[in-house]
Design a protein around this ligand. Structure first.
Ligand SMILES: [Zn+2]
Length: 423
């Protein structure tokens, strides 16, 4: 199965989550949200579980404190969600955060590291389950057992070999502590996986860990920032991990990740709006200031609704027939009906991503790469004129990366073949 996971960030997204339930498989809920809104999330998950069989994971969130100050207000105090999490953990986490420092795994004693990891497992295994028992059990005959599909232990961003070893240590602690399967997150900087020996080292760590599945999160992998070479390195990492019998699942991903399914990727994750990538956030200043955007499937990108109207009309593209679009759209000019309807746009996006999953099951890689080239030919010029995509060459980048990687692989196989036949 190819798993589509949704990041569930805030309680305001509850309706979208519920409505779109037939179109995704699992939710990734943030720890700070679990600590702050325990009962509400337990209620949501219980509602979804019996019929829709939605699995969930809890994001540990401790890695958010590694760098920068985006978790503080301008006066230096912790934001309320961060403060709730600090309160849950207590010392030494709360001491570090209240002393206005960042959280670094290596600063803690072995004993404290272990204590924090155990506490983070408890948070994932117990809080929602107990809330479901205590609150909902009072007025329901039977309540869903709310244990996550797997534990996602605290992870250390990988910029060096010692970081990999720290992650191995954490995974082993978590696996010893609980019977729940562990699905660790390997969070790597894209520059780190550039070197073959570094990729090999990550694959070794994955292979030796007591796990069957891993999340991969490549920092700086946004379609606008990533290069063809970096896409190839990511394909190589994914393929090698899956060849070791471990299923990789992207923690953040755009359409390109669906093509990675042909190389062994087994899942993608995304936020309900614009949530295709996420880089380590270190700056507290300013919001994103995004205007209203609609996921325009022909170009696999969110575009400003004005640009969607122009492109859809100019190219006479078929309208989306999803539950959100179909009832209100008779022509691309009707796109403005969705401008004020965040829920509908979210539903459209989630359904479209579900469709992408279908295409990788039903179509060949050659056909899908061909579609990328066709899309690039058709839309490139128009995309350059949109407000969003100053550098809208992602379709071409993706296609080139796949072709390049496959070609390299063929060469490798040929040279392996000649080595074995001549020796
Ligand atoms: Zn739609």
């Amino acid at each position: 199965m190819f798993e589509n996971s949704l990041h569930y960030y805030t309680f305001g997204e509850y309706k979208e989550i519920e409505r779109a339930a037939p179109y995704y498989d699992s939710l990734i809920v943030s720890s700070h949200f679990v600590v702050t809104e325990t009962d509400k999330i337990a209620g949501t998950l219980s509602n979804l579980q019996p019929e829709q069989q939605i699995d969930f994971y809890v994001q540990p969130y401790l890695p958010e404190f590694r760098k920068g100050d985006n978790f503080r207000k301008s006066n230096g105090e912790l934001r309320s969600w961060a403060s709730n999490l600090a309160e849950y953990y207590g010392p030494p986490i709360s001491d570090v955060l209240e002393n206005r420092s960042n959280l670094n795994y290596f600063d803690f004693s072995r004993e404290d590291q272990k204590k924090i990891i155990e506490k983070s497992c408890d948070l994932q295994l117990d809080l929602l389950d107990e809330a479901s028992e205590n609150k909902l059990g009072r007025y329901l005959d039977s309540v869903a057992s709310l244990t996550p599909r797997a534990l996602v232990p605290w992870y250390v961003k990988i910029n060096s070999r010692p970081d990999i070893r720290a992650n191995e240590e954490i995974i082993n602690y978590a696996a010893e502590y609980s019977d729940c399967p562990v699905k660790p997150c390997f969070y790597v900087d894209k520059s780190f996986i550039h070197t073959e020996s570094n990729r090999r080292e990550i694959v070794r760590a994955v292979e030796e860990a007591p796990v069957r599945e891993v999340f991969l999160w490549i920092d700086g992998f946004d379609k606008r920032d990533v290069s063809i070479g970096e896409l190839c390195k990511a394909l190589d990492l994914v393929e090698r991990v899956s060849q070791r019998g471990v299923d990789p699942h992207m923690m953040y991903s755009d359409y390109f990740a669906n093509l990675m399914a042909f190389f062994g990727l087994r899942g993608v994750s995304f936020g309900i709006e614009h949530g295709e990538s996420k880089s380590e956030k270190t700056d507290s200043g300013g919001g994103s200031g995004d205007s209203v955007r609609y996921y325009y499937n022909p170009v696999k990108e969110f575009l400003n609704v004005y640009d969607v109207e122009d492109l859809g009309t100019d190219f006479d593209d078929p309208l989306c027939e999803c539950q959100a679009c179909d009832p209100v759209m008779n022509s691309w000019s009707d796109i403005f009906q969705l401008a004020d309807d965040r829920k509908a746009r979210a539903q459209h996006y989630i359904t479209t991503r579900d469709g992408h999953r279908e295409t990788v099951t039903n179509e060949t890689l050659d056909d899908l790469v061909g579609e990328l080239w066709d899309g690039d030919d058709k839309y490139q010029e128009a995309l350059d004129d949109t407000d969003h995509a100053a550098n809208a060459n992602h379709l071409r980048k993706w296609a080139t990366a796949i072709e390049h990687y496959v070609e390299e692989e063929k060469q490798r196989e040929l040279s392996d073949y000649s080595l074995t036949t001549t020796s």
